[in-house]
Design a protein around this ligand. Structure first.
Ligand code: ZN
Length: 374
């Protein structure tokens, strides 16, 4: 079966199970809340739709349903649903196959690396070109934004702002000059590591690396990112690596998709001490919607994490970093991007005012991009 027919059968299955796995309809949200939500430049620090666009030919311009019974690990975002949800832009993740697969790489990515042609820098540049081509094809709806200001201008013109962010430096094959090559093609965020050790850092998901922090190349890369104007992303980086980065970073940064270990002991989540230190250093923490990140089910579970980061790090440290389309199973009520107006409503119900709402839903994320990339 080719990729397109696979996707078509998934979509057919979605029709058959359309009653399962969608956020509540917007009609339940008061009109004034929806109006406020639509005024905010809602922005997500991490959505992986590019993976499915590259892999399955997923068309971001078409409305998709949930392709699997009850809960799907992809098909969470497309432009029609983003428009409906008031989602105005996102950092779109580049999930790239490593040239050399290490033993700790998780099975689905190991499988993907075996199945797909291309890896490393070649695939990174091809994926950046794919985003550029899609932005050209859909020029009235999608902008490939190369800075925070470009993202804001796209949003003001009513178009979706896509910023490119790489997951793991294996995507630049461990060379500083490749970071510059990817930057020239539009890359504006680099995660130091994904699910296997990189030349820069070690993943938090592999306990054998707990005592290893950033490598000399990792430190050099932080300096190169500052020089080029690339946001550094500490998602997936282990605790020693985060400590090293906090001591060495000379620019604002993000942890693009994570949650709070105090509420849910997932190795991918941040401890209170980390949240505090990241916030003190001007970092922005994107909160993910995956069930395994959140613990308490439903949208209230997600809101608990937002509230917790605000308590520990202040309202300037929080953003949305959903990880939609990142092969996660979203929490109930957060099945796709249409959950976002309900997050705004939930924050209002918890007593947060407009200033905090704006920060959480988009301003903090856009602020980091603008400070670092212009
Ligand atoms: Zn990730």
């Amino acid at each position: 079966m080719d990729r397109r027919s696979f996707l078509r059968s998934c979509a057919g299955l979605g029709l058959a199970t359309a009653c399962g796995g969608a956020p509540e309809p917007q009609e339940r949200i008061p009109g004034e809340t929806l109006a406020l939500h639509r005024e905010i430049p809602v922005f997500d620090l991490h959505i992986d739709t590019l993976l499915w666009m590259r892999w399955l030919g997923y068309d971001i311009a078409e409305a998709h349903g949930n392709p699997l019974p009850r809960a799907s690990f992809f098909s969470h975002m497309d432009l029609p649903r983003a428009e409906e949800a008031g989602l105005r832009g996102a950092v779109l993740g580049l999930v790239i196959n490593p040239v050399e697969v290490e033993p700790e790489l998780i099975a689905p990515l190991r499988w993907l690396a075996r199945f797909e042609r291309g890896s490393g820098l070649e695939q990174t540049l091809a994926t950046l070109d794919l985003l550029a081509a899609e932005a050209e094809r859909l020029s009235d709806r999608l902008v490939f934004a190369r800075s925070g200001s470009e993202a804001r201008r796209a949003i003001e013109s009513g178009r979706f702002a896509g910023v490119a962010g790489l997951e793991g430096v294996h995507g630049i094959e461990d060379r500083l000059e490749n970071a510059a090559a990817a930057h020239a093609r539009g890359l504006r965020m680099i995660g130091l590591v994904h699910f296997q050790r990189s030349a820069a850092a070690f993943p938090m998901t592999e306990p054998a690396f707990d005592d290893r922090g950033l490598t000399p190349f990792g430190f050099d890369l932080l300096a190169e990112c500052k020089r080029l104007g690339i946001v550094v992303d500490l998602a997936h980086v282990n605790s020693r690596g985060v400590d090293d980065a906090l001591g060495a970073l000379r620019q604002p940064f993000v942890v693009s998709h994570t949650a709070c270990a105090a509420l849910q002991p997932n190795p991918r989540n941040l401890t209170d001490d980390q949240i505090q230190r990241i916030a003190e250093r001007g970092g922005v923490i994107g909160l993910a919607v995956g069930r395994s990140f959140l613990g308490r089910p439903g949208i209230e579970g997600f809101l608990d994490h937002v509230e917790h980061v605000i308590e520990k790090g202040g309202s300037r440290a929080v953003a949305i970093g959903s990880d939609w389309d990142g092969a996660i199973v979203p929490a109930e009520g957060m099945e796709d991007v249409r959950a976002l107006p309900h997050v705004t409503q939930g924050l209002i119900e918890r007593g947060y005012g407009e200033k905090v709402l704006r920060r959480v839903m988009g301003e903090n994320a856009l602020g980091v991009l603008t400070e670092v990339c212009g």
